[in-house]
Design a protein around this ligand. Structure first.
Ligand code: ATP
Ligand code: MG
Length: 463
C-alpha cells in the first residue's frame, strides 16, 4: 500500500541506459534468427533504430534456444511496412507489423510509452489502450519483467539494459518493472506470465513480484476470454504444463482459469488423469512432436463432463443424450473464462462423444468407428482413461488389439464378443469396460507404472 502510494506521488526513477558487449555476455548474432537480424539491419540502413528485444534476448542470455523473435524500433508501423516486401500491419489500436519470411514471422513493434493521461484503463486499472509511441527508455519501462526489457543490436553486437535486467539474468530472477500491484492491475495476464516463465526458464520470482499474486488473482476474471485462451495455450504447450499448473495452483491462480480445477484435483482419479494427460503433452512438446490443443482441452474438462453426465443420467436421461447435454454445458461455462475456438471445440466434442461408443464391441459399428477421422485421438483418450483407472484396462487392450489386427481378425474379435455376451445371457449393449459411477480410480490398476499415459505415438497429435 505505502509503496504504491509513494510510487504514485514520486516520479518513477529515470531509467539509465547501459550498454554491454554481446560477446562478453556470451551471445552472438548467430544465436538469433537470420531474418530478425536482417530486419534490424534493413531498418538501421533506412536510418532507424532497431533491436531484437524481449524473450529472444532473454532466452539467448539464459542459454535457452529462442523460438520467436520480436524487433523494436523507432520507425512507425507505416515506415516499417514500407521497408519490406511482405509486411502487414496488424491490430487497429495496438498496431504491430508482421514481416513474413517463409514460415517465420518477425513481429516488429514501435517503441511505446506508458505516459499517464494518454493511456486508457478500465475501472480495475486494466489498460485497454496504450498505443502511444515513445522513446526506447519508455518502451523498456512498459515491458513486464526486467529480463524481458533487454535490447540486442545485432550489427553493433551490444545489449542495451535500462532496468537492471542483466543483473536479474545472472541471478535467474523474474522481477516486475515498477510496483507489482499496479502492473498486475494494468494487465493481470502478467501474473500468469510470471509463473509460466519462472517454470520454463527455471528462474525464481522476486518476493515483491510473487507475494501480491495471491491477493490479485481475482483480476484474471477481467481479462477477455480470447486473450486468456492464447495465454493458457502457450502455457499448456510450453513443454512444462504439469509443473506450471502445479505452480499456478500454489499461487491461487489455477481456479480462475479452469473453473472447478481444484475440485477435479480433489476427486480420486481427477488429479491423476490430468497429470497423465499433461505429462504426455509435455513429453511430446519436448520431443518436438505435434500436440493437439483440442485433445488437451478434452482432457482438462473431462471430469467436469463426467460429473455432469452422471447427474443428467440420474435424472433419467439416456446415456448418450446425457453426455451430449453435459458436453454443451461444460463448453458453454468454459466460454465465460477461456474461449475455446470453434475449431478446437468441435474436435473436443468428437473425442468425448466417441467414448461411449468404445463400449459397443459387439456390432459392426466397431469396424466403422476405426474409419472415423478422430478415431486415433478418441482412442488415445480412451487409453488415458484406462491409465488413470477410470475404465477397465481390458477395454483399452481390446481396442489396441483390434486396431493392430487385420480386417478378417477384427471381424472375428467382434464375433468372439458376441458369443461371450450370449453365453453370459448378455443384454443389448456391451458395457464390458465401463465402470459407471466408479470414475475415481477404483477401476483395476494399470498393468505397469510406466506413467506414459498409454497414449501411444499419436498422443492426441491430431490437428
Ligand atoms: P515467450 O517465451 O513465451 O515468447 P516472451 O517474453 O517472448 O515469452 P511474448 O509474448 O513473445 O513473450 O512477448 C514479447 C515481449 O513483449 C516480452 O518479452 C515483453 O518484453 C513484452 N511483453 C509481453 N507481454 C507483456 C505484458 N503483458 N506486459 C508487458 N510487456 C509484455
Ligand atoms: Mg516471445
Amino acid at each position: 500500500m505505502i509503496k504504491a502510494f509513494i510510487e504514485r506521488v514520486l516520479p518513477r526513477k529515470k531509467p539509465v541506459r547501459v550498454e554491454h558487449s554481446g560477446k562478453a555476455l556470451g551471445i552472438h548474432s548467430e544465436h538469433m534468427s537470420r531474418n530478425a537480424v536482417y530486419v534490424c539491419e534493413k531498418l538501421q540502413r533506412a536510418g532507424f533504430e532497431a533491436y531484437i528485444v524481449g524473450g529472444a534476448v532473454r532466452d539467448a542470455l539464459l542459454g535457452v534456444i529462442p523460438k520467436d523473435f520480436d524487433v523494436a524500433t523507432n520507425a512507425t508501423p507505416e515506415e516499417v511496412r514500407h521497408e519490406f516486401r511482405r509486411a502487414f500491419i496488424i491490430g487497429r489500436r495496438f498496431k504491430l507489423v508482421h514481416v513474413m519470411f517463409g514460415d517465420e514471422t518477425i513481429e516488429v513493434s514501435t517503441f511505446r510509452s506508458n505516459r499517464g493521461g494518454e493511456v486508457e484503463a478500465d475501472a480495475t486499472g486494466r489498460i485497454t489502450s496504450d498505443n502511444v509511441y515513445g522513446t526506447q527508455a519508455e518502451d523498456a519501462a512498459r515491458r513486464d519483467f526486467t529480463i524481458n526489457a533487454l535490447y540486442y543490436d545485432p550489427t553493433k553486437d551490444v545489449v542495451v539494459d535500462f532496468m537492471g535486467g542483466l543483473k536479474d539474468v545472472e541471478k535467474r530472477t523474474l522481477r516486475l518493472i515498477g510496483t507489482a500491484e499496479t502492473r498486475y492491475r494494468e494487465d493481470p495476464v502478467r501474473m500468469l506470465r510470471a509463473v509460466r516463465l519462472a517454470v520454463k526458464l527455471n528462474c525464481s520470482i522476486a518476493k515483491a513480484t510473487a507475494t501480491p499474486i495471491r491477493e490479485h488473482s481475482e483480476l484474471i476474471k477481467n481479462v477477455p476470454p480470447a486473450r486468456l485462451f492464447d495465454e493458457i495455450q502457450k502455457l499448456l504447450l510450453s513443454g512444462y504444463a504439469n509443473a506450471t499448473l502445479a505452480e499456478l495452483r500454489k499461487h491461487g491462480l489455477a481456479e480462475g482459469l479452469l473453473p472447478l480445477l481444484d475440485l477435479i484435483y480433489q476427486q480420486p482419479g481427477g488429479q491423476k488423469f490430468i497429470e497423465l494427460a499433461l505429462d504426455n503433452t509435455d513429453r511430446r512438446v519436448r520431443e518436438d512432436k505435434p500436440v493437439s490443443p483440442a485433445f488437451l482441452f478434452a482432457s482438462l474438462l473431462w471430469h467436469q463432463v463426467v460429473k455432469r453426465w452422471s447427474e443428467i443420467e440420474a435424472r433419467g436421461e439416456h446415456h448418450v443424450p446425457a453426455l451430449m447435454l453435459a458436453m454443451e454445458q461444460v463448453i458453454d461455462e468454459q466460454r465465460e473464462t477461456i474461449t475455446l475456438p470453434q475449431r478446437f471445440a468441435g474436435i473436443t466434442r468428437e473425442i468425448w462423444l466417441m467414448q461411449p461408443r468404445f463400449e459397443q464391441r459387439t456390432s459392426k459399428a466397431a469396424l466403422r468407428m476405426v474409419e472415423q477421422p478422430r478415431f486415433r485421438a478418441a482412442y488415445d483418450f480412451l487409453l488415458l482413461r484406462a491409465a488413470a483407472g477410470e475404465i477397465e484396462q481390458e477395454l483399452a487392450d481390446w481396442w489396441t488389439n483390434f486396431i493392430e489386427s487385420d480386417p478378417d481378425i477384427r471381424q472375428e474379435l467382434i464375433s468372439q464378443r458376441q458369443r461371450a455376451q450370449l453365453k453370459h445371457g448378455g443384454g443389448t449393449s456391451d458395457a464390458g469396460g465401463r465402470r459407471r459411477r466408479s470414475r475415481g480410480g477404483r477401476g483395476r490398476k494399470r498393468r505397469d507404472d510406466s506413467n506414459d499415459g498409454g497414449t501411444g505415438d499419436t498422443g492426441g497429435s491430431i490437428e
